[in-house]
Ligand binder design. Structure first.
Ligand SMILES: Nc1ncnc2c1ncn2[C@@H]1O[C@H](COP(=O)(O)OP(=O)(O)OP(=O)(O)O)[C@@H](O)[C@H]1O
Ligand SMILES: [Mg+2]
Length: 244
């Protein structure tokens, strides 16, 4: 059976999100470690992924409400939209896709100011948007491999509060959009803190880290039993890159 491939993020840009006024991460690798002083925004990067994932599962309004609306959510003393941009590949050999999402707020609540998906079909071709929305209205190109020349279909969402990718990604006729929706809703986030790893776990190997990370010893046991070479490599890289 062919190995199941999981999409991979290679680039992330975040603007005006809490402590992250303008962050650009290029060449993100499968194992990425952030080091920095207290309050520099390490946990906030993690929350960007939680926020996006919640926007897709619970909706933008809930994710926004939970974090204290723009008053708390937007970087202090800024006026602009909150912007996320990620570049990913569905598989190692797939073309790079850019997902851009800009969130704004008005008296009624939060809304999607801008949302688009862009790719270039051939390595020499020019990039074009196959999904392009502003405030709940926009255009999308359907099909397995959207092409610049293909017909664009006008779509209107019920509310500007809805994400086009989350909504249109439920239709089989938009496989590239569905793949992104599936990817983001499938993110598994574990907020591991040192305290949680100190508890005495029940015995036994476990494949997946829990949301609190309290089963870390079990996961390490699993890796040791099933992927010992990989584990050694991880520990080796960690000890070289992380001070002490
Ligand atoms: N809306 C906002 N505008 C500007 N700064 C903010 C905003 N919301 C939170 N912050 C700041 O973000 C910082 C917290 O960032 P974060 O928790 O990501 O840091 P960290 O690198 O994880 O730190 P630690 O090493 O202590 O865990 C705090 O200093 C807080 O004041
Ligand atoms: Mg932190």
């Amino acid at each position: 059976m062919p190995k199941k491939s999981i999409p991979r993020i290679e680039y992330l840009r975040v603007q005006n999100y809490r402590a992250l006024r303008d962050l650009e991460l290029k060449k993100i690798t499968p194992l990425t470690v952030f080091l920095g002083p207290n309050g520099s925004g390490k946990s906030t990067i993690f929350d960007v992924f939680a926020f996006l994932s919640e926007c897709f599962t619970d909706g933008l309004r809930k994710a926004w409400e939970k974090r204290g609306r723009f008053k708390e959510l937007r970087t202090r003393d800024t006026e602009g939209n909150i912007v996320f941009e990620l570049k990913y590949r569905e598989t190692k050999k797939s073309p790079l896709i850019t997902y851009h999402l800009a969130i704004a707020e008005r008296t009624k609540g939060p809304y999607v100011a801008e949302e688009w998906l862009e790719w270039r079909r051939k390595s020499r071709g020019k990039p074009f948007r196959f999904l392009d929305f502003k405030e709940g209205e926009g255009k999308v190109i359907t099909g397995e491999m959207p092409d610049e020349q293909d017909k664009r279909i006008d779509e209107k969402l019920e509310s500007a509060e809805f994400l086009a990718v989350s909504t249109l990604g439920q239709f089989a006729k938009h496989p590239r959009v569905s793949a992104l929706r599936k990817f983001i809703t499938g993110w598994h986030l574990s907020y591991l803190t040192a305290d949680n790893t100190r508890s005495i776990p029940e015995a036994g190997a476990q494949e997946r880290l829990s949301p609190t990370g309290d089963n870390l010893p079990n996961v390490v046991q699993y890796l040791k039993e099933q992927h010992s070479g990989r584990l050694e490599k991880i520990l080796d890289i960690l000890s070289r890159r992380v001070p002490r």
